[in-house]
Design a protein around this ligand. Structure first.
Ligand SMILES: Cc1ncc(COP(=O)(O)O)c(C=O)c1O
Length: 410
């Protein structure tokens, strides 16, 4: 594929044609949120201009259309991640809510005092904090896996933890949002399942970057966000194995999630409605369905190859900048399409701010991974994260911008 401005996907993203501070926009903050293609924007407009109605409740034509579109988005997403049935796809507001549903809905109902949850310091706060809260309430034990200099989880230590007993859950990201490491979820599931522990996967940085098949991974829960995969903000997904979802309490109570309501107690609707109390984000779910179509039309293999060629182009250039340190694996074939780094003597916010003046959007700070940064004895880092519309020219703009920052601030 063309790695320069002839990249055929740029034209699908109207926002990429705006300027920022009189420069062409170089958007390298895709791990925070991706831009939206015209096809997704058109799906939202089509819903609101032609079909807008609430779902599951009306028998008028618009409501039936909206319900069909909403459920067909669920079906598409189930196929996209290889879920056995669409009823195992729960619409949430994003990865954070999906993980909270696992913790507050399933784990709170199934774990007891002294049970162990295995986490690791590369996890995003939305995975760590929810478990910490439950650990306080139920008196659970949290154990953390070590991470080596290449960002790889220590699976020998995982075996030790599993053999020590009482491990009920291993919860981890699929791809680290700071290090770009792709964790071996299949192996983690195999090890955890051998002692009856469940595996919860935070796939926020994986879906749309690598092929994900929840059946072949054999994970128990898988969470992800629509807005990080070309879809709208405010919509996300939790996949759960049916037997576990059957044993999960709803965490949002109200209309749409009940079967019967009495004055003293109520019974719940079947899965997935049980977990979708209130009016769902119908247009956004449909927009996410359009994002899945968009990704399928490109092909995930093409996305993987594109991101790895950007890594191969960028990482040696970054490595040659004096005083710049890349976090995670030096082997760019082992990373997903993002790179975090720090520059000696310059705060990450200052690097990002100089980059912004030349139109380059990157993220700086702790990226919701404070324990990871603390473990590496740094306060923060700057992160460039890419997707299908990024080019070698974007990488050059980044490298030139970093050199300018060093010249001004170094
Ligand atoms: C690995 C990871 N997990 C979870 C999240 C939270 O996603 P959201 O804010 O869409 O709920 C993010 C967002 O940056 C992430 O990178």
């Amino acid at each position: 594929m063309e790695q320069n401005q002839n990249n055929p996907y740029i034209k699908d993203f109207p926002i990429l044609f705006r300027t920022v501070n009189s420069n062409r926009l170089t958007y390298l903050d895709n791990a925070a949120t991706t831009q939206k293609p015209t096809a997704v924007i058109a799906a939202l407009t089509d819903f609101y201009t032609q079909h807008n109605a609430n779902v599951h409740r009306g028998i008028h034509t618009l409501s039936e259309e909206a319900t069909d579109m909403y459920e067909s988005a669920r079906e598409k997403i189930a196929q996209f991640i290889g879920a056995p049935t669409s009823s195992e796809i729960i619409f949430t507001s994003g990865s954070t809510e999906s993980l909270n549903l696992v913790v507050a809905g399933w784990a709170a109902n199934n774990l007891v005092s002294n049970d162990v949850v295995v986490l690791n310091s590369t996890d995003h706060h939305s995975n760590l904090v929810a478990w910490q809260m439950l650990a306080k309430t139920l008196d659970l034990k949290l154990k953390y896996l070590s991470v080596d200099a290449n960002g790889e989880l220590d699976l020998v230590q995982l075996k030790t933890y599993l053999n020590e007993g009482n491990v009920k859950v291993v919860s981890t990201s699929h791809i680290s949002n700071v290090l770009g490491t792709v964790n071996n979820i299949k192996e983690i599931c195999k090890l955890a399942h051998a002692v009856g522990a469940k595996v919860v996967v935070d796939g926020a940085q994986a879906v749309s970057h690598i092929p994900v098949n929840v059946q072949s991974l054999d994970c128990d829960f898988y969470a992800f966000s629509g807005h990080k995969m070309f879809g709208p903000m405010g919509i996300g997904v939790l996949f759960g194995k049916r037997s576990l979802l059957e044993n999960t309490n709803p965490i949002k109570f109200g209309g749409g999630m009940i079967s019967t309501v009495g004055l003293e107690s109520s019974t719940w609707a079947t899965i997935p409605e049980r977990f979708e109390g209130g009016t769902p984000s119908v247009a956004d779910a449909i927009g996410l369905g359009a994002a899945v179509d968009y990704i399928n039309n490109i092909g995930l293999e093409k996305i993987v190859a594109h991101e790895s060629s950007l890594n191969a182009y960028l990482i040696p250039k970054l490595n040659s900048i004096k005083g710049l340190h890349i976090l995670g694996s030096a082997d760019f074939t082992k990373r997903a399409g993002l790179v975090s780094f720090y520059v000696d003597g310059i705060h990450s916010h200052d690097v990002a701010s100089v980059l912004s003046t030349v139109g380059v959007a990157v993220r700086s700070g702790h990226h919701c991974a404070m324990p990871l940064h603390k473990g590496m004895s740094i306060a923060s880092s700057t992160r460039a994260s890419y997707h299908i519309y990024n080019t070698y020219a974007d990488m050059d703009a980044l490298v030139n911008g970093i050199n300018t920052a060093i010249k001004i601030l170094g």
